[in-house]
Design a protein around this ligand. Structure first.
Ligand code: C5P
Length: 236
């Protein structure tokens, strides 16, 4: 089980969902040594933030490149090679078999771990049906998790609610990374299925992705430290 070996501080991933590199750099400076792991997603990556992956990893931080790749296998493999060369620790791809096989090929020989997104958490059964799928969310999540494991994917992004059943499906070798985490009393925002850090850890999550409860706190460093303390206590 990966979680047992990871110090609490390294299990919090702060999502740098910010509009500019300057804003991201200011937040990283403000958080200081309270945060060791950052996520860079569409907003920052497409605002010139991709070089931050190399910058942060050179500064000793870990970076989750949440780029959710999906293309023909060869294109995915070559793209993943490029992300690996930036020094990222995690990279997301959509959980389609060709895409996942390409990603596993592309990360070979590097330290990059590939996370598969099974079904986006904003999708319900009706959305899948409208997109032409026969399976509902829970069946598709399970099917894709099994495929991911067979293909050699390193971990899954899932809602905290899915973590316990996915842990049973994939066993202890894959990392489970969960957004939708809210400390008690924090605003849910647009997240529909939330859990506290302690409950997410108890459900089997290895890494917790938290954005707004840290970014929008009056004291972001104190907010991050409180989440780390809760993770550490829940896993003791
Ligand atoms: O601000 P908040 O804590 O809700 O941020 C959660 C982060 O996790 C965002 O960057 C969001 O894009 C990401 N995420 C998510 N749900 C998923 C996948 C990623 O909330 N299923």
């Amino acid at each position: 089980m990966p979680a047992l070996d990871i110090p609490g501080r390294d299990r919090l991933i702060v999502a740098l969902d910010l509009p500019s590199v300057a804003a991201a750099e200011a937040m990283v400076a403000r958080l200081g040594d309270s945060v060791t792991f950052y996520k860079i997603g569409y907003q920052l990556a497409y605002a010139g933030g991709l070089p931050l992956v190399r910058q942060l990893s050179s500064a000793g931080k870990k970076v989750f490149a949440d780029l959710k790749l999906h293309d023909i296998g060869n294109t995915v493999a070559r793209g993943v090679e490029s992300v690996a060369a930036l020094g990222a620790t995690f990279l997301t791809v959509h959980a389609y078999p060709q895409t996942m096989k390409g990603a596993v090929e592309g990360r070979a020989g590097s330290g990059l771990k590939i996370l598969a997104v099974t079904v986006l958490t904003s999708y319900d059964d009706g959305d899948l049906h409208a997109a032409g799928y026969r399976l509902g969310v829970s069946d598709l999540v399970e099917a894709r998790a099994q495929q991911a494991q067979e293909i050699g994917i390193d971990g899954l992004v899932c809602s905290p609610e899915e973590a316990a059943s996915l842990r049973r499906t994939v066993g202890g070798r894959m990392s489970l990374v969960t957004p939708g985490v809210r400390p008690a009393g924090a605003a849910a925002g647009d997240q529909k299925r939330i859990m506290t850090p302690a409950r997410a850890v108890a459900a089997g999550a290895d890494y917790l992705v938290v954005g707004r409860p840290v970014l929008e706190a009056s004291d972001p460093k104190a907010a991050a430290q409180a989440i780390v303390a809760e993770i550490a206590q829940a896993s003791a």
